[in-house]
Each structure stands twice: as structure tokens, then as C-alpha cells.
Write a protein that binds this ligand. Structure first.
Ligand code: HEC
Length: 228
């Protein structure tokens, strides 16, 4: 008999019964089925609940499986739990800096800054991702002018520069979790890509009301030379 079979329903039930018997929980009624089936069944339910056996309520738990931290001779290291491949980090891992994957600090407050460094590469990645994943609905400029918006009568994708809460943390959470009619884009975009989009949306917003004097000198010169 292998270890898997050991964890079948019967073995587990026996285990629970002997544990209960040892703890004295069954001694009040040594044979719960004898006097009356109904009363016995009820008592059994109560006892099993008292002993923490939830398999009676949740049949999904009654299946062959390895429990966390149990042994498994199939693997060389004898452990049922497998180690993640060396050097990998789960996409949504809560790291020492939860704000990077959740946009909320350790106390759960939504942050209003971008927690990773905003570089030219990040901006470029943000632009590419935005134009693939967001622009079809929110428009290339993020202003809500898009073919999809003209077709959606119920709740068209809004102008991203006019939303009530434009804080980077909020926008990150909207992309990660979805918002009303808008689905989550977490399966398509890593946390870093989502921050890249947030940074690019900020840039788009600023670009909509930028003063000429704010542009770099060479761009200013080029724009001044353009015919009015
Ligand atoms: C399929 C169309 C669609 C796509 C693609 C889409 N959105 Fe949206 N988005 C919407 C709609 C519709 C709403 C309004 C939802 C509502 O109010 O029910 C919305 C709302 C928002 C809001 C406003 C939340 C608020 O506080 O009012 C933000 C920010 C946003 N989207 C950002 C993005 C970003 C960034 C992307 C790209 C990753 C994106 N959206 C992709 C349709 C879309």
C-alpha cells in the first residue's frame, strides 16, 4: 500500500475515531449507532466537529492527497512539498515591499507614489503595454476617445485624465483587480508592467496640460518653429 492510499477516507476516519476515543470525546457514548440511529448520527456529527473532522461537511476533503509537510518517498528529498525552482519568485509574492505587488503599504493604506524607479525603459515599456492593453478602450491618449468607447453605451471607458482619484496606487489597483465593468489585467501584465503603465498614464495626463516652458529646450525650439 502506498502513501496515497493511506489517506483514503477509511484510513482518515479510523484515524479521527481513534484520536477522538483517546481524547475521551467518544466515551460519553461508546457506540453512537446503537440506541437510535438518528441520535447516534447527530452525536457523531457533533463529535467529529469537536474533533476537527471537517470531511463530513466538505466531501472535497475526502480524496487521496499529500498533506503539507508530509513525507513522500517518490521524491529524492522525501518531501511532499516541492521547492520552487532556484531563483524564482511568484508573480504576486508578498515580498519585503508589499506595495510593489499590491499598491498598499504594510498597514493596508493605498500608496500615492510609484514604488519602483521610473526610468526611460520603464516609460517605453509602459507606452507599449498601454497601447496594447488600454488604448483600445481608453484611447491612445488615455482621453477616452476610442472606437470601443463609441460602441459602449452602458458605461463607456472614461477619460483617464478626468477620473476622481488619479493616484498611482489607485490606478495600479484598478489594473490589477478590475473596476466595475473593466476586467482585471493582472493575468496579462506583471506587477512591473502595471507600474510601467501607471507611470505612462501619469505622463499622458501631464502632457494634456503641459506648458511650452516645461518641455526640454530642443523640443521647445522645434515646436516654436512649427507653423501656428
Ligand atoms: C475592454 C475595455 C477596457 C480596457 C481594455 C481597459 N479599460 Fe479601464 N475601464 C473600462 C471601463 C468600461 C471603465 C469604467 C468601469 C465602470 O465604471 O464600471 C474603466 C475604468 C478605468 C479606470 C477608472 C477607475 C476610476 O477610479 O473611475 C482606470 C484608471 C482605468 N480604467 C485604467 C485602465 C488601464 C490602465 C487599462 C490598461 C491596462 C485599462 N483601463 C483597460 C474599460 C476598459
Amino acid at each position: 500500500m502506498n502513501e496515497l492510499q493511506l489517506h483514503t477516507a477509511k484510513a482518515r476516519r479510523r484515524e479521527v475515531f481513534s484520536r477522538c476515543a483517546r481524547s475521551g470525546a467518544l466515551s460519553a457514548n461508546p457506540n453512537p449507532f446503537a440506541p437510535s440511529r438518528l441520535r447516534g448520527g447527530l452525536l457523531l456529527l457533533l463529535f467529529s466537529a469537536a474533533c476537527g473532522d471537517t470531511t463530513l461537511f466538505d466531501p472535497m476533503e475526502r480524496q487521496p492527497k499529500f498533506r503539507a509537510f508530509s513525507a513522500n518517498s517518490l521524491y529524492e528529498d522525501g518531501r511532499a512539498m516541492r521547492q520552487p525552482p532556484a531563483g524564482t519568485v511568484p508573480r504576486e509574492a508578498i515580498t519585503m515591499r508589499p506595495e510593489i505587488t499590491t499598491a498598499a503599504d504594510r498597514k493596508g493604506a493605498v500608496i500615492d507614489t510609484i514604488p519602483i524607479s521610473v526610468t526611460r525603459e520603464l516609460m517605453d515599456a509602459g507606452r507599449t503595454r498601454f497601447e496594447i492593453h488600454c488604448a483600445p478602450c481608453h484611447g491612445l491618449l488615455g482621453d477616452g476617445v476610442s472606437p470601443v468607447a463609441t460602441q459602449m453605451s452602458l458605461r463607456p471607458p472614461p477619460n483617464l485624465h478626468k477620473i476622481r482619484n488619479p493616484s498611482p496606487g489607485h490606478v495600479f489597483q484598478v489594473i490589477s483587480l478590475g473596476f466595475g465593468l473593466m476586467p482585471s489585467y493582472a493575468p496579462q501584465l506583471t506587477a512591473e508592467e502595471r507600474w510601467a503603465i501607471v507611470a505612462y498614464v501619469e505622463a499622458l495626463r501631464r502632457s494634456q496640460s503641459a506648458m511650452l516652458a516645461e518641455a526640454p529646450p530642443d523640443i521647445q525650439k522645434k515646436l516654436r518653429e512649427e507653423p501656428q
